[in-house]
Structure formats: C-alpha cells, structure tokens
Design a protein around this ligand. Sequence first.
Ligand SMILES: NC(=O)c1ccc[n+]([C@@H]2O[C@H](COP(=O)([O-])OP(=O)(O)OC[C@H]3O[C@@H](n4cnc5c(N)ncnc54)[C@H](O)[C@@H]3O)[C@@H](O)[C@H]2O)c1
Ligand SMILES: O=C(O)C(=O)C[C@]1(C(=O)O)C=C[C@@H](O)C=C1
Length: 369
Amino acid sequence: MTDTTADDALPPLVGPVEVVGTGLIGTSIALVCRRLGIDVVLRDTSAKHVRTATGLGAGRVATGVDRPQLVVVAVPPAAIAETVVEALQRTDAVVTDVGSVKSAPLAAVARQVSSADLARYVGSHPMAGSERSGPLAASAALFDGRPWAITPHAGAGAAAVGLVESLVVECGAAPLRMDPAEHDRAVARISHLPHLAAVLVAGRLAAAPAEHLALSGQGVRDVTRVAASDPALWQQILEANSDAVLDLLGEVRADLDALMAAVSAAPSGHGGPDLVDILARGNAGTAAIPGKHGGPARPTRSVFVSVPDHPGELARLFGDAGEIGVNIEDVHIDHDPGRPVGLTELVVEKGRAEHLLAALESRGWTTHR
Ligand SMILES: NC(=O)c1ccc[n+]([C@@H]2O[C@H](COP(=O)([O-])OP(=O)(O)OC[C@H]3O[C@@H](n4cnc5c(N)ncnc54)[C@H](O)[C@@H]3O)[C@@H](O)[C@H]2O)c1
Ligand SMILES: O=C(O)C(=O)C[C@]1(C(=O)O)C=C[C@@H](O)C=C1
C-alpha cells in the first residue's frame, strides 16, 4: 500500500464529471464536484433518484451529447462491471467505480474490453459511508479526512490514475494506492467482518422482550449501527468478496469456541486468565485502528453537556467549543425521554477535555463530570 500524493503533479479535474448511480455515494461525489463549480451530469436507472439528486443541486440530467472527462460508477456491486464496460465503450473518458470490492469487477471488465479501453479504467473505494442509502442521505462532507483506496491494475494509464487521485483529493479524502486483491483482503477484515459481527449482535435484538430493549444504552448502539444497512447491497458486497470473508469467519468461529470455553471455565463466573486474555486482545485491536487522520489514534475523552431541546442550542454549543479552541472529533446526542433536554457527548482530544469542561461551565452550560 502506498500513501500518495504530490497534489500539484496531478491532472486537474475540470469536468464534466458523469455520475452513474445517484445514491448515497454517487450523489455525495456529485455534490463535491458541483461545489467546485464542475459541470456534473447524472444517470440512474431510477428516474426518481436522478430527480432528487438534481433537486439537491448535485448536477443535471445527462444528455446524449455530453463529453465527460471522468465517469464515476456508483451503482450496486453486481451492476458495476457492466456499467463500467458501458461507460468505457460509450465515452472516451477516464472511468472509475466506487464499489466496495475490487478484484471481481476488474476481472469481468478486463474480459470484455480492449486493453486500450481498459487503460482508462481505474477502480477506487471511498472508506466512508452510512447505513442509509439513496440521494437523500448524501453529503458533500462525507469523505472529509477519510481513506479512499485507488486500486489500479497493471495496464492502467498513469494519467487515468492521476485523474482519479485528483477526484479523491478534491473530495477531501486521503488517497491510498493498493493492489486490488490486497484491498479485498483488507476490507474483509476492516469492513465486511465488522458488518457481519454487527448483524449477528443486532439479530439477537429483533425479537427481544421489550423490557430488555428498554435498557438499551450507547454500547449496543455503537456495536449495531451498521446492521441497519441495506441487505440487498450487503448481500452483493459479501458475495463479491466471499473467499476473503470466509477465511476470516473461519478464524472467528475458532475464536468463538475459545471464548465459550473460557467463559464456561471461569471460576464462579468471574473470568479466569483465558477470558481476560481474550478481552485484552480486543483492547489491542481497538488501539490498532488508526486515528481519523491516519497514524496512531490520539487518546480522546468524552465531555457530556446537557443541551436544551430548542432550535439553535446545538449550534450555540458547537460555536462555543470553536471559540474555546477545542476541536470536536465526534458527537453523539441522546434524548432523555420526557425531559426537554438532550445529553450531548463531545469527543475531544484527552488533553483538552478539562479546559473545554471549565470553559463551557463558565459560559453557563451544564456539564456532567
Ligand atoms: N454505502 C456505503 O457506505 C458505501 C461506501 C463506499 C462504497 N460503497 C459502494 O458504492 C456503491 C453505491 O452504494 P450506495 O450506498 O451509494 O448505494 P445506493 O443504493 O444509495 O445507490 C445506488 C444507486 O444506483 C442506482 N442503480 C442501481 N443499478 C443501476 C444501474 N444498473 N445503472 C444506473 N444506476 C443504477 C440505484 O437506483 C441507486 O440510486 C456500491 O457499489 C457500494 O458497494 C458504498
Ligand atoms: O460508516 C458506515 O456506515 C459504513 O459502513 C461505511 C463502510 C465501512 O465499513 O467503513 C461500509 C462499506 C463501504 O464499502 C465503505 C465504508
């Protein structure tokens, strides 16, 4: 894997950019391009999605005479290869796709186009998204600071690779060049297995007694968020990467057996050494996840603030944090049923938390230490 990039050496993205698939990812990319003043043309098998995306200001409906500089294919995984082939044959543009799996679509495209056309195709994959689908979930800020894999094949043209990297940089993401097969093994571990773990945990909730669910706190929400994603999309992702996913599931099956043995061996339910080793391995895994901006994760601390449930109060809290000079790394908002306040958790750099607490209190905010 290579961290790129010398921005000034990249070919400029001037457009038009054609986006095929105006869902969450396609419309988000289109919004970024429009913000840069680039002409964006939109295509989708769903006329409703194109209408919604144009209504959001993401671009205009494609015509028969557009000459795109770049085509971005943002359709579901099973439709990627045929859509990339169609774009390579219909235009003379550079073509990228944003699909979650890279090797299988590349192999299918390579079987169907000439090597000259294949040189204009460069796969990519933004590591940003949501459990929501469709254009209404889109945001121009979706890719800010996120990794975005670029997975050129051996015959890809240098200018085509550079143009795709320009798109990634313009979207505010961090480009990482990777071999397609290595990419697929990586996402099996850092995206597909976590998704399946969330699904298994959330599946245990589906028919749970109401009095169990009434106790739900942040832990279960943190672990299950992505399980709310579109099952049809994820079926296609997992089928396209089944070998790498199955290898990991086999390892997890062995881990589960070890975990069950450790729990049952624990003296009077208090956890013996094996159990604590397994739990500590989880600590090591979470510590290994790089921080939002790459490199090791910076230690953070949560600052809890009560926010009155009135229009403008959250904006005032964020404005105050900005004036105090503390960067908010993440935010969670919990509503207290029956009370006109929300509990807002601001995740900030650990060393800045005390300063933020004191400064917010001096401005009249109710904090929880
Ligand atoms: N959802 C995520 O978090 C995420 C993140 C990174 C990459 N991806 C990848 O991006 C791609 C799009 O995912 P999404 O979340 O935006 O899905 P989405 O369902 O929000 O959007 C997909 C869009 O493609 C359209 N479409 C379907 N078949 C088409 C076809 N043959 N031609 C033209 N349009 C077609 C649909 O109508 C829809 O508007 C997928 O390949 C997915 O693997 C998703
Ligand atoms: O944040 C989320 O909701 C996601 O699931 C995003 C996520 C991921 O696993 O990180 C999911 C699938 C995509 O291929 C890329 C990104």
